[in-house]
Design a protein around this ligand. Structure first.
Ligand SMILES: Cc1cc2nc3c(=O)[nH]c(=O)nc-3n(C[C@H](O)[C@H](O)[C@H](O)COP(=O)(O)OP(=O)(O)OC[C@H]3O[C@@H](n4cnc5c(N)ncnc54)[C@H](O)[C@@H]3O)c2cc1C
Length: 462
């Protein structure tokens, strides 16, 4: 490579793109390497013939114009346009979709308790939130609520925030942080938003910012390894294009080296050991870090669902749809209609429906269980959206292990997540939703990317 890079960022997800844009704008000549043909990572999108723009799976982003993601994109010199949104949550009850708030009949005592809880959470300081990072949300609620109706309501919201199905397994500190952020910015317990253009609305501005500032984006290139000599980062080796069509098992040892004194690994922990030596006998990383890494890297959750292109809508309100337990699949369900938020993502008069169910990773690894669940989920979808089968133009089923980074369970949030600065190795950094940075998924990734870029600029910037 002819260029002299100050920094290499591995992975063009939101964290990597945001950090790369900020580094480049901060005066560091940066190379961003992505193994897929397009940037976007888990917030990727693609176009289908006829005018469809499709996000990978169901994506609604917490807090919209008050989010950490919005702030990171603004810091990169760009603006996000957010679609109009209805804050009603639709729940499926008595054979139809109904407004959750209208269905919720709270006694005066329940209402007083709800108001008191909201006020208490909104005024919590960071220290109190952090002191709950080792506590389960179910335990916290048992100690702090009397009403079973309120407890149930908060449990459902905790599930949406953490994608962890069991309240006892959700980290109270993380739920409280997300709720405080939402209450102080939007005066509600949980708030969601959809960018105009779907995920393209947040991915494209970051790519533009990076390129306009002179950054180099290299897609379709897989990093083979991070190069570290004497605890100092030297750069990366990229995989040479295989001469054989069987690229997965045809190992090409003479990889190309690209040098830089700073390397930021903006890929999730479960992909990190493919590029960083974590063998305790040979790794430059200290043993305590490797032990924690090995312990945490597969602690994640999974999602399965359908994204369906429809000749005409089966539901047309721009709001979030939720079911605590599906009739047949017996699992929590979420859905929304992207084209109801932004009609521009579907051809005129047509519609997209995105659905998901939160599952354990083991249910995805077992392909027979996965097939059974998706089939059963589709049977439930047909009940909730009658006539859907006759309106399908295209449909895809999806599955994803590692949807939201590290599962937000006690001991895996806040300071308990690995830091963005690597210990013991000069010039090595991490970013993304599996590293330090609180908030609901994309906001955790954005906080971590933003913090990491600021730290690098502070230490190595020009
Ligand atoms: C189906 C689905 C639904 C979701 N729904 C929501 C939602 O509604 N709300 C929400 O807030 N969040 C949601 N999330 C989570 C959110 O998408 C992620 O938290 C966020 O996008 C993570 O960004 P990241 O930059 O940390 O990681 P990623 O987006 O995973 O980026 C990492 C990048 O590194 C690349 N890479 C990996 N290995 C290499 C290598 N060796 N060389 C080069 N490149 C490499 C990958 O291809 C990828 O592009 C959802 C995720 C999924 C999958």
């Amino acid at each position: 490579m002819a260029d002299n890079y100050d920094a290499i960022v591995i992975g063009a997800g939101l964290a990597g793109m945001g950090a790369a844009a900020l580094l480049q704008r901060g005066g560091m000549n940066t190379l961003l390497i992505e193994k897929e043909p397009k940037p976007g990572g888990r917030t990727g999108y693609f176009d289908l013939e006829g005018g469809w723009r499709v996000d990978i799976g169901l994506h609604l982003l917490e807090l919209g114009d008050a989010s950490a993601l919005h702030r990171m994109i603004q810091a990169a010199g760009k603006e996000v346009k957010w679609a109009k949104f209805s804050e009603d949550v639709g729940v499926f009850q008595d054979g139809k979709w109904q407004d959750q708030a209208a269905l919720l009949s709270l006694s005066k005592e329940d209402l007083d308790e709800l108001k008191a809880m909201m006020k208490r959470i909104a005024t919590m300081d960071d220290a109190e939130i952090e002191s709950n990072d080792l506590t389960g949300w179910g335990d916290w609620l048992a100690r702090n609520t009397k009403s079973t109706v309120i407890r149930h309501l908060f449990e459902v919201n905790g599930m949406i925030m953490t994608t962890v199905p069991d309240p006892m397994e959700m980290a109270a500190g993380e739920v409280l942080f997300i709720a405080r952020d939402s209450l102080t910015n939007k005066r509600q317990f949980l708030s969601a938003a959809y960018p105009v253009g779907g995920m393209a609305g947040v991915v494209d501005p970051l790519v533009e910012s990076f390129k306009e500032a002179g950054g180099t984006l290299m897609c379709g290139t897989t990093v083979d390894s991070v190069l570290i000599d004497n605890r100092k980062t030297r750069g990366v080796a990229i995989k040479k294009k295989s001469l054989s069509p069987y690229s997965d098992w045809w190992y090409m040892p003479d990889n190309e080296v690209i040098e830089a004194p700073v390397v930021l690994c903006a890929l999730p922990m479960w992909s990190l050991d493919a590029i960083l030596d974590v063998n305790p006998a040979t790794s430059p990383m200290p043993h305590w870090w490797i032990k924690r890494f090995e312990d945490m890297k597969l602690e994640t959750t999974g999602l399965i669902g359908h994204v369906v292109g429809l000749k005409e809508p089966v539901y047309d309100k721009p709001n979030f749809l939720s079911v605590l337990e599906l009739e047949k699949t017996r699992m929590p369900f979420q859905a929304f209609v992207p084209s109801a938020f932004d009609p521009g993502v579907a051809p005129e008069g047509k519609s997209i429906l995105a659905t998901d169910c939160v599952v354990e990773p083991d249910q995805i690894f077992d392909t027979f269980e996965l097939g059974r669940l998706l089939k059963s989920m589709w049977e439930d979808t047909k009940i909730m959206f009658p006539g859907i089968e006759d309106k399908i133009e295209w449909i895809y089923e999806y599955k994803c292990v590692g949807c939201d980074g590290l599962a937000r369970k006690p001991g895996q949030v806040g300071r308990y997540k690995p830091d963005v600065v690597a210990p013991a190795v000069d010039g090595l950094f991490f970013a993304g939703d599996t590293y330090q940075g609180r908030g609901l998924a994309v906001n955790g990734a954005a906080r971590s990317g933003h913090k990491c870029a600021e730290t690098i600029l502070d230490k190595h910037g020009k």
